[in-house]
Design a protein around this ligand. Sequence first.
Ligand SMILES: Cc1cc2nc3c(=O)[nH]c(=O)nc-3n(C[C@H](O)[C@H](O)[C@H](O)COP(=O)(O)OP(=O)(O)OC[C@H]3O[C@@H](n4cnc5c(N)ncnc54)[C@H](O)[C@@H]3O)c2cc1C
Length: 494
Amino acid sequence: MKVQVVVVGGGIGGLTAGALLSHEGYNVTILEASREWGGCAGKFQRGKALFPVGATLGMGLEEGGIHQRIFNTLGKKCESLLLNEVMEIHFPTHHITLYRDRKRHVHEIKKTFQEQATQIEFFYREVYHIAAEIRKLMTSLPVLPPKTTKEWLRLVKSLQPSSVQLMPYFNRTMIDLLKKHSLENSPIKHFLDGQLIDSMQVMTDECSSLLGCLALDIYHEGAFYVNGGLYKFAELLKESAESKGARTILGRKVSSIRKEKNLWQVVDHRGNEYTAEHIVCNAPIQQLSQLLSESDWSILKRSFKGKNEKDVWGTMTLYMLLDESKLPESMALFQQVCTSSEGNMTEGDHIFLSLSHGNDRLRAPEGYRTMTASTHTLLSKWDTKEKYDEYKVELQSKMLRSIENIIPGFQQSIVDVYPGAPKAWERFTNRPNGVVGGFPQSLDNSLFKSLSHRTPLKNFWLCGDSVFPGAGTIGVSVSGYHVFHSITGRSLGY
Ligand SMILES: Cc1cc2nc3c(=O)[nH]c(=O)nc-3n(C[C@H](O)[C@H](O)[C@H](O)COP(=O)(O)OP(=O)(O)OC[C@H]3O[C@@H](n4cnc5c(N)ncnc54)[C@H](O)[C@@H]3O)c2cc1C
């Protein structure tokens, strides 16, 4: 008899675990609440346009990258375009191109912040050196925090003599690193804040230095445009799981997960029941108190101690169909807009823009492009109906004005605009109150203080953006893989 596994949630984390387990011969059922696969990296159609829900910039597709290793293992290939110019970052008085090539990137930054050119050179040398050391450690995909002897052994085995160089950085933040190079008051801090808020959900003042260095370095390993969008990851994983016999069911919101004797009983919103030896929970951890029995939740929540939900961000996203003829001829596919040269990085003062490729006929028909624009927002700004309605209008027009500043004529090109405020995120991706992005990667939430995929409940596993190593399709794939590895004992090839 094959071992039965129920995966709750068909985001990239759940689908990764589900596809790998099916590939290994497990009897897998994947239940997804919405009508689309991929969750925050999914898609939706409005009229003639197809929009990515959230994730658009693909990483981990390079040789040795996590998605590439997983697709290789599953015998799948994801078509993608490697970007030599990863993104354009706009400030009120200047703009910076983020180049894939590290040397060119540092040259660009030094050119922009000429007065600190020497410090910047040394700062980036250190950043890239730390990142290279971490990457060596990560090849075997160790788990943090280690909870079992095997996990400790794997962590120790992944260490190399040179890993000792990382020790001094464990309790440091990115601002400590900037201070070391006398850059804490330099305008480069603002540029780095913008990079880190998108990938680490936190700025230099609080961001773990180890993860911050990795985040700054990762674009140089390879950033990719995927035709259609990153929902292609979800599609490939789902196809692979199905080809190995998995049941993949959309429109099944799990409402309860209970242990009965030695098996888990799962019930969906329609009252259908599923029995499994293992549960892989990809639903946001903010749902667990509702899904589990009181006694299981009281055991589990102890391991969440210190994880403050209030720290988690929401997002306001605008989905737009644009008339290409009214846009400038050449535009970067990925851009960041910072409305000031210092200060805030949320609430429309920092916006991430993703434009569909001119040849991407999956996202928009000939003559049109789609754009998604997202900004971080505090959920407390949306907590009453009056505040919500008012702020939605205010933030939308602020975002559109800021985009117009960097793309003159932009507002004229808008054919349709659909706002995605926190409640829309809750409705379509089942993120309670619209929480997205997992825990900010501060010293309190990262590395040894992360949430493990392993829980105190036997055969109840977690994967997704609140679990080590965190958010982004790369992060959630790693947690999906960790679940697979813990259940099967099998490792991933290269
Ligand atoms: C605006 C935005 C932009 C982003 N941009 C990028 C980017 O460019 N590149 C990148 O790599 N990452 C990006 N990310 C991050 C990335 O999208 C996420 O980290 C990742 O997709 C999260 O995956 P997940 O598996 O943890 O969860 P989710 O994507 O949330 O998936 C969980 C799934 O579980 C389902 N579910 C929930 N509850 C239940 C239930 N009770 N029963 C059944 N199903 C349930 C949900 O419907 C959902 O489909 C972005 C995120 C946002 C918000």
